[in-house]
Structures are given as C-alpha cells and as structure tokens.
Design a protein around this ligand. Sequence first.
Ligand code: FEH
Ligand code: ZN
Ligand code: ZN
Length: 339
Amino acid sequence: MTRPGVLEQVEVPVPTAGPGEVLLAVGAVGACHSDLHVLHAPPGLFPTPMTLGHEIAGTVDSVGAGVTGWSAGDRAAVYGIIGCGTCRGCLRGLENQCRRIPPGGIGLSRDGGLAEYVAVPASRLLHVGNLDLTQAAPLTDAGLTPYHAVELARPALRPGTTCVVIGIGGLGHMAVQILAATTAVRIVAVDSSTAALDLATRVGAHHVVPAGPDAVEKIRELVGPAPDGADVVIDCVGVDPTLTTARSVVATGGQLLLVGLGGGTLPVRPVADEPPTIPLETSVTVPFWGTRAELQEVIALARAGLLTADVQTFPLERAPEAYDLLRRGEIHGRAVVVP
Ligand code: FEH
Ligand code: ZN
Ligand code: ZN
C-alpha cells in the first residue's frame, strides 16, 4: 500500500531483524478481505507506505539480538496481532481485545507478509513443523477467526444441536471443518455458489442450502419452525441478506456470531407492535480474530490432518489479481500468495 487506496508492487530493501525480532523468508501469505478494508480505510488510520498481508507463514532466515527458541530453517506461522501489552484486554491475554486504535499488527501497523521477507517480533511466531506453508498461512486468520468464534459458542454447541454456517468462503469452509472436528453438532452450510456448497459437503457439512429467497424456508425444514430454530448461526459474510437469514432461523435462546465484516445491519427489535426482528434470549457476538493460545490449537488441528484449507495460489506479481478476484467473489476457499 504505497499510499491510501493504492496497491502496487515496489522494490524495498530486505528488512533486518531488530532486537527481539526474527526475519522470516515468507513461504505464503493469505489474501484477506480485510486487506481491502485496510487499503480503502480513511487516510491516516493505517500507516503508508506499508506492505500488506497479515496471514503469514515462513521459514526463519535470521534472528535479532536476544531471540531464543528460534533458529534459521525453523518453519513458523505468524500470529498477526501485536497488542499494546498494557490495556485490560492484553493484560487478560486477549490481544484480540486490545484497545489500541488502529489495531496493532503485522500488515496493519507495520510491514506485512506480501513480500519475500518480513521482520516480526519473535513473540508472534508459532512452530508449524512440516506443515506445508501454503496450508499454515491460512490457519493464522481464515482458521483462527472461525475457531475463536466456535470457542465463544462452544457451550451452546452441544451434541445434537444445529449450527448454520453462512458463507462458505475462506473462513466459512474452515468453520465447517472446525465444527466437524471439535463438536458433534449438525452442520448446515449456506452459500450462493454450488461450488462452495460442494466444498462444504466435502469438508463435513451435513446439509447444504443455496442462499436466496427460499433459504430460510429450506433451513427451517431442518431446524423446525419459530420460535425454535438453529442453536448457533455463524455468519461469515455479514451483509444485510445474510444477517436477515441468520436472525430469521436462529432459535429463541440461540446464538448469532457475526464473523463477516460485510457492513450489513442487524435490526434488534425483540418485541414491539411490529413483528420482532430477533427472537428473545438471542445472544449476538461480534468475534474478532483470535488469541495466540487458540492459534496453537488451530495448528494442532491442522497437524492432526483435521483442518485443511482449500487453497488457490498466486505468485507475488499477481497479488493484485488475487484481490480483484476476492472483491468479485470469485475466490473459493482461500487465495494464498506465494512470493
Ligand atoms: C484484520 C485486520 C483488520 C480488521 C480485520 C481483520 C480480520 O481479517 C482479522 O481476522
Ligand atoms: Zn484477515
Ligand atoms: Zn492492548
């Protein structure tokens, strides 16, 4: 991001690892929708020029002064958030609740991974063993974000309950796998694309429903009529139509997790002269990314063969094309840039 709104490839010096830092040769970096939010954010919110890319895995090239536990050749995933370390969120170990504005992070407040090399604090690294780096990179965001959402909803995800996942894209297809691997819930996947619904079935969804005017009816055939319904709904898109579907199928006492940052509106009118827009006792959560501890668990799932990203790779020079396809909704699974 050479200046607000401008994404272009430029030559920059290879960074050096400062004290407490590690220089990674980037193996893979995911192209995330949020990079588009960062790119088009109000000028001044994020520093420019800045290399984007906050979903990174690579091989240690060299380490800075004071770094222990890492050596050249080690393979690592990067926890992208850099919390301030002193606010109430950070003090509780919840760096995804850091009060710092803008959020501190790799590819957010300092150069990220859309490059051959990136320097990161050693504290951001987690070992990935012999995991393919194009698999390890998506774990750090497309895997971690839905994993954190499932963790927040876990008390409600009891055996035999139903979880609806809306939007089987980069995060949604990982959400389905995480639910299949760590719960005994019935998984219903919703998407407008047949290819995405086929992917959902391949990775563990029990039922698939095409998004559209009769999606609510189709889902209700599975979860029963109001005021019963789905116990948990994870919306990985977050636009008005998907939020409408989500609130129209969630059960009384159910849980809505708004993971997608699509800019949609969720009207909350539980009771009034008008029909309610959301059932009573519904919990609504807006999860953000996840914690380092959770990333460790996501990596363990992947190394156990229980979490595999459906990856479409691009060389660095075609990164702008990957973001254009992402913007047009033409990426199924996760786009990953391999410098
Ligand atoms: C990253 C940076 C800024 C906003 C949102 C995000 C999400 O992609 C993190 O999962
Ligand atoms: Zn992201
Ligand atoms: Zn903080």
